[in-house]
Design a protein around this ligand. Structure first.
Ligand SMILES: NC(=O)c1ccc[n+]([C@@H]2O[C@H](COP(=O)([O-])OP(=O)(O)OC[C@H]3O[C@@H](n4cnc5c(N)ncnc54)[C@H](OP(=O)(O)O)[C@@H]3O)[C@@H](O)[C@H]2O)c1
Length: 331
């Protein structure tokens, strides 16, 4: 498959910075590797008596739709940034590198990405609408930050939702820690005649698929980007998606702070299975986000939506293509 930059998919998957390239896992080896890693993890803990921070590689594969016991990751682990050249994605790449993560950046145009992103990031070239290109790009990663986005009805389905779907399926049930950028107002009611075309519906379906996947995750719904005044730096985590005017009155937040929250969630035990709206209000910025994550209600097991979200998109009326994705991801 030819990529936007003219290279082939195989060549495109070759990192340009870090020596360590994506691992390709054969299905039978996956289980053997998981068993060996699990055994060595137990032995190391038994010998050292330590409660070392777990990484995704020490966990069992997911079992249907069951929530995982893990599973924050830690600096040194490798994350994939989806939408890495975007206005928020670029800040996530920089923030994650600063925090000590190894960063793999999924990009469409290598030359452009080389200009935009720090040289410490490993570039992998792929397109979210080309599922065959993705398994080689996600091999060996420990976490994912989704910050991609495209406008228009077709792109909402194929990129905004399809990107989440294709990456989750490319992982082939290997659990990784996920941070997803969504949007304030994503649960605003949709005219029933526009259920399959309204972009908001596809963004919400991306959230729903992630919740159903069994991956450990945090879903961040930011307010309007960079509409905050200088004195609005105090981050507020809301739930219930109650502000739905479709204007900056629903909440404002700096892109920089969105990136901070996404990256911080990866290593926060209290952020797992949490959905939040992120806005900034008058006051100074907090340095420790754990208390903010801890105060949130977790998403209920098996729930498609966040706590207190309006139940206004019944599964029975969802497009069949989405219901089939749900069935597959829960298998
Ligand atoms: N603006 C707001 O106030 C606001 C508030 C809340 C939420 N949001 C949400 O934020 C999202 C936009 O974020 P942003 O402004 O950071 O977006 P952006 O700057 O337009 O970046 C989008 C990223 O997605 C990538 N992308 C698009 N299509 C792709 C594909 N087929 N394969 C791989 N990558 C692809 C782009 O890659 P290229 O660089 O190659 O194009 C780029 O890296 C939207 O979904 C919007 O709903 C916006």
């Amino acid at each position: 498959m030819m990529q936007k930059d003219g290279s082939s998919t195989a060549a495109a998957a070759t990192p340009v910075a870090h020596a360590r390239g994506p691992r390709i896992e054969l299905p039978c080896l996956k289980w053997i590797r998981a068993a060996l890693i699990g055994l060595s993890f137990v032995l190391i803990n038994a010998c050292t008596g330590s409660g070392a921070a777990s990484t995704v590689e020490s966990q069992d594969p997911i079992d249907g739709n069951q929530a995982q016991d893990m599973q924050e990751i830690a600096p040194g682990d490798e994350i994939l940034v989806v939408g890495a050249t975007g206005s928020v994605g670029r800040l996530v790449v920089a923030d994650a590198l600063d925090a000590g993560y190894r960063v793999r950046a999924l990009v469409r145009d290598r030359a452009r990405a080389e200009r935009l992103l720090p040289s410490q990031a490993t570039l992998v070239v792929g397109d979210l609408t080309d599922p065959a290109s993705l398994p080689a790009l996600v091999g060996g990663i420990d976490g994912i930050v989704f910050t991609h986005g495209a406008s228009g009805e077709t792109a909402a389905r194929e990129v905004n939702y399809g990107g989440v779907r294709n990456i989750l399926f490319a992982l082939d049930e290997r659990p990784v820690r996920v941070a997803m950028m969504s949007a304030v107002g994503v649960t605003r009611p949709i005219d029933p005649d526009r259920r399959s075309s309204e972009p908001r519906g596809w963004k919400r379906r991306g959230e729903r698929l992630l919740r159903a996947s069994g991956m450990p995750y945090t879903i961040v719904r930011p307010g309007w980007f960079d509409y905050n005044a200088e004195d609005q730096q105090r981050m507020v985590f809301r739930q219930g998606d109650t502000e739905q005017t479709g204007t900056p009155q629903d909440g404002v937040i700096a892109r920089r702070q969105i990136a901070n929250v996404l990256v911080a969630s990866l290593s926060s035990a209290t952020a797992n299975r949490k959905t939040l709206e992120l806005v900034a209000e008058r006051g100074s910025e907090q340095s420790d986000l754990d208390p903010l994550f801890a105060a949130l209600e977790a998403d209920a097991d098996g729930a498609l939506d966040g706590p207190r979200d309006q139940p206004n998109l019944p599964l029975s009326e969802e497009p069949e293509v989405f219901r089939e994705d749900l069935r597959q991801i829960k298998r």
